[in-house]
Write a protein that binds this ligand. Structure first.
Ligand SMILES: [Zn+2]
Length: 356
């Protein structure tokens, strides 16, 4: 007899996340895979949904791909073991360890339909837009969303593939060349992983702009030179340190004033890559782009980078021991997970283990 109900963290409304018993999902399509979740990270966007959502969570109208709306199961940064596969699945088999690429985008027969599948207007995420999530014992998704985890990467490392993919995609989409300089504004999990991706890409100087002491320490430990905007004029300092401005600035805070700092920290012809999701408008003087021929571009999520992220992990990048500050059971997710992240800036990445 297989289990019929399981524990899951379900979002009902902002500040109303409930750990409750729900039915175990079953495979309904021959290209689907059922995964027993081992590890699932709590993400900054999960925190926004918890504190002030809905942002991505569909409310009052189902998501066109998942067909579901709130209440929905959360958790999109996860890894686990394949426990069942549909009859047409070829990418993985029962017993495989996998990292999940949670992007909901038009798909058919176990494959995304668009080359740039993260740019669909229907974009959603497994664990934010319905269809199940990683904050549960089991979840089911199409085989295009699972990637076999190399044997030498732990499940904890597997839960970090998703945020590392955001960082690696941001650096790969930038104009950075080996030997260039870069500044990363914000040293939360994505900012720290952007520092790592920049190292992998061969950046010669990496500056991190951050105020929280624990995050400053982590950025420094990863090899970045830290500038604290509460202690000095960030733009002047970065201009001085880099000899006239950095080649590329990454904005990872979502704070309007910081967008301007990022812009001004680059030299003429430099580039600003906007990684944050914004709560509202942010203004800047277009002449700051025009007169210096700077470029500003945005990136959303990732595409086609999971294999590269895992290969870099095998070479020692994006290490779990540098990011994970706490491991908790699913039952404790509200107090020890979401509330802890809101109240304790020393926390970086908290990993939930739904089957322990
Ligand atoms: Zn995330």
């Amino acid at each position: 007899m297989s289990q019929s109900s399981m524990q899951a963290a379900v979002w009902y409304a902002a500040k109303d996340l409930r750990v409750e018993q729900v039915p175990v999902p079953t495979i309904s399509d021959p290209h689907e895979v059922k995964v027993k979740v081992a590890t699932c990270g709590i993400c900054g966007s999960d925190l926004h949904e918890y504190a002030a959502g809905p942002i991505f969570i569909p409310v009052g109208k189902p998501h066109p791909i998942s067909g579901e709306q709130a209440p929905i199961i959360m958790g999109h940064e996860f890894a686990g073991e394949v426990v069942e596969v549909g009859e047409k699945v070829t990418r993985v088999k029962v017993g495989d360890r996998v990292a999940i690429e949670p992007i909901l985008s038009p798909n058919k027969d176990g494959a995304y339909q668009m080359e740039r599948y993260n740019l669909t207007p229907l974009l959603g995420f497994h664990g934010l837009s319905g269809g199940g999530g990683g904050f549960s014992e089991f979840t089911v998704m199409g085989e295009h969303m699972v990637h076999k985890l190399p044997d030498d990467l732990s499940f904890e490392q597997g839960a970090l593939v998703e945020p590392a993919a955001v960082a690696l995609h941001a650096v790969r989409q930038s104009c950075l060349k080996a030997g260039d300089s870069a500044a990363v504004f914000g040293a939360g999990p994505i900012g720290l992983m952007t520092i790592e991706a920049l190292k992998a890409a061969g950046a010669a100087q990496i500056y991190a702009v951050e105020v929280a002491p624990s995050r400053k320490a982590k950025a420094e430990a990863l090899g970045a030179t830290v500038v604290d905007p509460q202690q000095e004029d960030v733009v002047a300092k970065l201009q001085a340190l880099s000899g006239g401005g950095v080649d590329v600035a990454f904005e990872v805070t979502g704070i309007p004033a910081v967008l301007n700092q990022a812009l001004h920290s680059t030299h003429e012809g430099g580039e600003v890559v906007v990684v944050s999701i914004w709560e509202g408008e942010a203004s800047f003087q277009p002449n700051d782009l025009v007169i210096k021929e700077r470029t500003m571009k945005g990136i959303i999520a990732y595409r086609h980078v999971y294999p590269a992220v895992m290969a870099l992990m095998q070479r020692g990048y994006f290490r779990a021991e540098d990011m994970v500050t706490q491991r908790i059971p699913l039952a404790d997710i509200v107090e020890e997970g979401f509330e802890a992240l809101l109240n304790d800036k020393a926390q970086v990445k908290i990993i939930v283990t739904p089957n322990h």
